[in-house]
Design a protein around this ligand. Structure first.
Ligand code: PLP
Length: 486
């Protein structure tokens, strides 16, 4: 990869395409559209297939191996989801077609709306948001619209616990609020006393990631919600971690007012590498009128002869449209397929196994790593990747060394409240054998950290490239690595 001569495959005159026979008279393109110099690589079809296949093999994927990236829920994506998403009736429709011609697609959206409402315990929902963080922005805008509609203009403060996902303070400030940090207590819950002190008549709401980024369910969640409601605020639930709760508890029943759901995490659609995702936002009854416009609904009830007519309804105090057309429809089809394949018992089993797998790993790994919040976890947990007697070894070294053992590293340096954090989420789809291989590797690494720290410092040893300058990679993004030879 680093040698441009190896990478350069182009050979003058080689062609990889064949044009179809012309069935219309040929015509010349206008000169203005013609370019003399168009330095594209010249390759055969096979060259191109091999090139992209090799590139794809350099990527680590859930189809290739264990992927315990905390907070990302990298579960297996069942192939049946791809089959339904590619059915021509779903694939080849246009969002601007008359509704009478796309009833099947509207039924899918309606069914997913109803199913997600049932799963989460909320009254109304939008499928428009493109991903989780987009859903948070939508939820924050709904929060703002709600207070404004009551003439309650001084509510500008949104409380965000320090165990929240990093997108929470970002999205609340994008919606015009001032995020204010709430510390966690020694057990990883929201600090109730600090919360009380911060609740006043400028409070717009609280954004609670539950389970939080420590993988812990807040033990006082009902009290937290009550305190915020007493102060006139709304409670936003970051539901990206819903995998731990499916079929066990419903955030709507706990008293949350708004919550987003990450279809691409909990409901198993491929993610990583930037999308596409889908982040539906569910709300309690008193916020239904503020949802983005439009929402799928029943326009005409079924009669003896006809099925119902599905179409679009318009929430009266809507915050407006927040996504072109109707969201990421392909992801919506995949998520509904997944839910229907699981059924209610299957969904509950997802949560139970995700939690069981995480606790299994946690119990075995806390023998070798510091576990700062030592209590039963939900779907993930956070270790420290550092030891007082292994000088110079950091979480990053552990993560890089794990790549040598053929596994994707856990999430690093997040959450910020844990020193040298390693955030591990195995998901329910991994077998005990795979979990044991991971434990074995992590234990070996802990031993190496003490006995051969240089092995960790220099890792990874057997990947195509070693350590990247991640800051430079983000700040100086190079999206096109191929240039024609001069
Ligand atoms: C992943 C995640 C988000 C953000 O979701 P995206 O789809 O990546 O925008 C927000 N909160 C939590 C807790 C998450 O795990």
């Amino acid at each position: 990869m680093t040698e441009p001569t190896v990478y350069e495959l182009s050979s003058p005159g080689r062609v990889g395409i064949e044009y179809a026979h012309l069935d219309v008279p040929p015509s010349e393109l206008p000169d203005a559209f013609m370019r003399e110099e168009l330095p594209l690589p010249e390759l055969s079809e096979l060259d191109v297939v091999r090139h992209f296949t090799h590139l794809s093999q350099l990527n680590y994927s859930i189809d290739g191996g264990f992927y315990p990236l905390g907070s990302c829920t990298m579960k297996y994506n069942p192939r049946i989801n791809e089959v339904t998403a590619r059915m021509p009736g779903f694939l080849k429709v246009h969002p601007l077609q008359p509704i009478e011609t796309v009833q099947g697609s509207l039924v899918v959206m309606y069914l997913l709306q109803e199913t997600l409402k049932e799963i989460t315990g909320f009254s109304a929902i939008t499928l428009q948001p493109a991903a989780g963080a987009h859903g948070e922005l939508v939820g924050s805008l709904i929060m703002r619209a709600y207070h404004r509609s009551r003439g309650d203009m001084k509510r500008t403060k949104v409380l965000v616990p320090d165990s929240a996902h990093g997108t929470n303070p970002a999205t609340s400030s994008m919606a015009g609020f001032t995020p204010v940090n709430v510390p966690s207590d020694a057990r990883g819950n929201v600090d109730i006393e600090k919360l009380r002190e911060l609740c006043d008549d400028t409070l717009a709401g609280l954004m609670l990631t539950n389970p939080n980024t420590l993988g812990l369910f807040d033990e006082h969640v009902l009290e937290v919600i009550d305190i915020v409601h007493q102060a006139g605020g709304l409670v936003y639930g970051d539901g990206a971690n819903l995998n731990a709760l499916l079929g066990v508890t419903r955030p709507g029943d706990l008293g949350f007012d708004i919550m987003h759901i990450n279809l691409h995490k909990t409901f198993s659609t491929p993610h990583g590498g930037g999308g596409p995702g889908s982040g539906p936002v569910a709300v309690a009854a008193h916020l239904a009128d503020f949802l983005p416009d439009p929402v799928v609904g029943i326009l005409e009830e079924a009669t003896d002869e006809l099925p119902p007519l599905y179409g679009f309804v318009h929430p009266p105090q809507s915050i407006g449209r927040i996504k072109s057309f109707h969201g990421h429809f392909g992801i919506i089809v995949r998520a509904l397929t997944y839910i229907m394949m699981q059924g209610p018992e299957g969904l509950r089993a997802v949560a139970e196994h995700a939690v069981l797998n995480a606790n299994y790993l946690m119990e075995l790994l806390k023998q070798d790593y510091t576990l700062p919040y030592d209590r039963d976890c939900m779907h993930e947990f956070v270790l420290e990747g550092v030891w007082p007697d292994a000088e110079g070894v950091h979480a990053l070294d552990v993560a890089k060394r794990l790549m040598d053992y053929g596994m994707h590293p856990p999430t690093n340096y997040f959450p910020l409240i844990v020193n040298e954090a390693l955030m591990i989420e195995p998901t329910e789809t991994e077998s005990k054998q795979t979990l044991d291989v991971f434990v074995d590797a992590m234990k070996k690494i802990a031993k190496e950290a003490h006995e051969q720290p240089e092995l960790l410092h220099e890792a990874p040893h057997n990947t195509p490239i070693g350590r990247l300058d991640e800051v430079k990679a983000a700040k100086d993004l190079v999206l096109c690595c191929w240039r024609p030879e001069e």
